[in-house]
Design a binder for this molecule. Structure first.
Ligand code: FE2
Length: 371
């Protein structure tokens, strides 16, 4: 739980939410199309050859407060291409909304961050937008974006992506949390980074006794900024009988990186029904999970049957309950995946589901021969 001393100190890095998440991918148009058709994201903005950008092509899609950017290089030798060669498709930038981008960089660099993007003011006919950025785990970076004086569609250099194809949204609202996988014995290093460099507090911590099955073991600390809008759980692998899911991720991603993005909905049954209709694949939890779940979580507003049919998981904490479900990895490498979450008071992360969940992941690992 949040430390009182932490709560009383002034927030030197006010963050107002996730501005966007940028993926480096090998085919940005096809990736954007996938998120349109399968997840109901709407076309927003484009940058590429037709906007005078000869370096890379980006498509931006949006659903409520969630903005995703898919970027591919237009030539060899760029950092974007190198990132894709090493990691496969993955998250490069977690952009955070600030009201003073220059100060955000100064505050964090003073506390030990490494600069990833020098402070810069971009101007175009739509106003001014400020960007700066720092390095985080692996090759992932955080950008600090101030768009209070900017009225353009996304960032300077981007034009509206006019696209007649726009399947309906599925009710995804905002980024609830984003999980990073880091290497052996690195969880505390990165928890310290978020605490000291970015002023976050630790909400919870799980050790291998909480999170272990016969095979998998991991440890996790959940770091949150002052207003709770940004939550970054940090996982590291722990010693298990066989290769844990975190190790598998680290092997395939070739280092630390973003493991999953949790997107919130107000109606998980409706959202997941639509996602399944559109071909999104979820981890399959055995039906036995539902034999005992009500004893564990008590009364809930929803009928159990549709939750069971969709294989949505339920967990309760002191403040309420939550409903959650996890997709299979969305790319060729078993790395990035999504969580769909509906909170009904609960502020936790589904600890009661870990065992059922990890057994489902292990089943997939054994199919891949990576257990
Ligand atoms: Fe999660």
């Amino acid at each position: 739980m949040v430390n009182i001393a932490d709560m009383n100190k002034e927030d030197f890095l006010p963050l107002y939410g996730t501005d966007y998440i940028e993926f480096y991918v090998s085919n940005s148009l096809q990736a954007a199309r996938y998120y349109q058709s399968s997840f109901g994201f709407q076309p927003l903005a484009y940058s590429g050859l037709s906007t005078g950008n000869n370096e890379f092509q980006s498509y931006v899609v949006q659903q409520d407060k969630i903005r995703l950017v898919f970027t591919s290089p237009l030539k060899g030798g760029l950092e974007i291409g190198k990132h894709i060669d090493k990691h496969g498709d993955g998250v490069k930038v977690i952009a955070l909304l600030v009201d003073d981008s220059k100060n955000a960089l100064e505050q964090t660099v003073t506390r030990g961050a490494e600069c990833a993007h020098r402070y810069k003011k971009y101007k175009d006919e739509n106003g001014t937008l400020e960007v700066s950025g720092i390095k985080s785990y692996g090759d992932t970076v955080h950008y600090f974006i101030n768009r209070s004086d900017y009225r353009g569609v996304f960032l300077p250099g981007y034009k509206k992506w006019k696209c007649s194809y726009s399947p309906k949204q599925v009710g995804l609202k905002f980024v609830d949390h984003m999980v990073g996988n880091v290497g052996w014995n690195e969880m505390n290093i990165w928890a310290k980074f978020y605490r000291e460099v970015m002023g976050f507090s630790q909400l919870v911590s799980f050790d291998d006794k909480d999170i272990s099955t016969d095979y998998t073991a991991l440890m996790s600390k959940v770091m949150s900024n002052d207003n709770g809008r940004i939550k970054f759980p940090i996982n590291e692998p722990a010693e298990g009988k066989k290769s844990s899911q975190i190790e598998e991720y680290l092997n395939f991603y070739e280092g630390p990186g973003v493991q999953h993005i949790a997107m919130a909905t107000d109606n998980i049954i409706e959202t997941v029904t639509q996602l399944k209709d559109r071909g999104v694949e979820f981890l399959h939890v055995p039906s036995e999970y539902y034999d005992t779940v009500m004893e564990r979580v008590g009364e809930i507003d929803e009928e159990l049957e549709p939750l069971k049919k969709l294989r949505i998981l339920i967990d309760r904490d002191d403040e309420g309950y939550l409903l959650q479900i996890f997709t299979k990895p969305v790319g060729p490498r078993p790395t990035v995946f999504y969580e769909i979450i509906q909170r009904k008071g609960a502020k936790s992360f589904g600890k009661g589901n870990f065992k059922a969940l990890f057994e489902a992941i292990e089943l997939e690992q054994s199919k891949r021969g990576t257990l």
